[in-house]
Ligand binder design. Structure first.
Ligand SMILES: [Zn+2]
Ligand SMILES: [Zn+2]
Length: 376
């Protein structure tokens, strides 16, 4: 793509490298247009973006569900940056040029009943960064509605600000559970970045004991390093979901009372959801944080959940989570999220980042694309 900078801005002579996924499972770097600033927007220099599993899906599967890649799309949504310009009608007058901000990557319509009742994450006309047809954050310049930037507290890094997106998913899951009761057992299924962020939140919430599960032994080791008191269980794929659940329940204890009153499922994989369904305590809560690539799942343990009056809840992203998550990061309680960052790649070499995530020969947890250019 040739530079097609629109209108006049003081940044017109600065290149805007970007990373795109295109039709035919292609991944390429290019030069993105710099758009004129709308009155309610701020212009940001994106300082860093973490690569997400969903970015890999867009690239390798050509889309996610109904969102299909039909033209080149700039990917990226776990991001933070610095304010370069402020639109003439930005209502938040505390925002200043030079402010460091975390990016909440969803811009809902603001007027449907879901937006009006506070559930703006469920808005059906949301523009989500890096999901078709909305371009994402792996570029230098990004214009965003000013309501969806959140100032980074002092001492919080750009990388931590970007990780607020990942933590927000787990935060919303725990919020959906109504919080985790102090000293009561909980389970976290899946030790990818969202599962591990959820595990850290469960630990600082005071849940105990906590059992974390995964099929991958290295991920469980990582979980133990993050939360030394956690118990782990490696899912055995040759057992049934009920048999795996029985083995997990043994770790919690012998009586139904000792079973996890809250189970947070963070994979979206059918077998894991079903294992969680067999593990949760009667009258407990099963919160499904994970996202599936298929519309339906089989073998859901309907009758055990029904007989136990288990409260099954679902999570779709997040709302109103950046301020508390940034508070928690500033407090130091989530310092260990920095251990998620295993690789950093320069914006100009951004195509390497998803390749690192995809390549099993380079084990990674979170790969970041960073822009080192100083503009302010
Ligand atoms: Zn993500
Ligand atoms: Zn709406």
């Amino acid at each position: 793509m040739a530079p097609i900078h629109e209108g006049k801005s003081k940044w017109d002579d600065v290149p805007n490298p970007c990373l795109m996924v295109g039709p035919g499972y292609t991944l390429k770097t290019g030069e993105a247009p710099i758009h004129p600033l709308k009155p309610t927007e701020v212009r940001l220099q994106v300082k860093c973006t973490g690569i997400c599993g969903s970015d890999i899906h867009l690239w390798k599967k050509g889309g996610i569900g109904d969102l299909v890649i039909t033209e080149d799309l700039i990917i990226g949504h776990e991001a933070s940056g610095q304010i370069l310009e402020i639109g003439s009608q930005v209502s938040n007058t505390t925002l200043k040029v030079g402010d460091r901000v975390a990016i909440e990557p969803q811009v809902p319509c603001g007027s449907c009943y879901l937006c009006m009742n506070g559930n703006y994450n469920l808005c059906e006309s949301v523009d989500f960064l890096g999901m078709p047809p909305t371009n994402g954050s792996i570029q230098r310049f990004l214009n965003l509605d000013s309501k969806f930037v959140h100032k980074l507290p002092e001492g919080v890094s750009y990388e931590e600000g970007a990780l607020a997106e990942v933590v927000s998913v787990g935060y919303h899951g725990i919020e959906k559970a109504g919080g985790l009761p102090l000293g009561k057992p909980a389970m976290v299924a899946g030790c990818g970045p969202i599962g591990l962020a959820t595990l850290l939140l469960a630990d600082i919430s005071g849940a105990y004991p906590i059992v974390a599960t995964d099929v991958n032994a290295e991920r469980l080791e990582f979980a133990k390093k993050l939360v030394p008191g956690v118990f782990t269980y490696q899912i055995n794929p040759s057992l049934t979901t009920k048999e795996n659940a029985a083995a997990i329940r043994k770790i919690f204890g012998e009586t139904e009372y000792q079973m996890p009153s809250t189970v947070l499922e963070c994979t979206g994989v059918a077998s894991s959801i079903n294992t969680c369904g067999y593990t949760v305590r009667r009258n407990g809560k099963l919160v499904i944080v994970g996202v599936s690539s298929s519309n339906e799942i089989d073998a859901f343990p309907f009758m055990p959940l029904s007989f136990g009056e288990v409260d099954v809840k679902f999570v779709n992203r997040y709302h109103d989570s950046w301020p508390p998550v940034l508070n928690l990061i500033q407090s130091g309680k989530l310092k260990k999220i920095n251990e998620f960052i295993t690789h950093k790649v320069k914006l100009e070499d951004a195509a390497q980042a998803p390749a690192i995530v995809f390549d099993p020969k380079t084990p990674s947890m979170k790969v970041f694309v960073v822009d080192e250019m100083e503009l302010n």
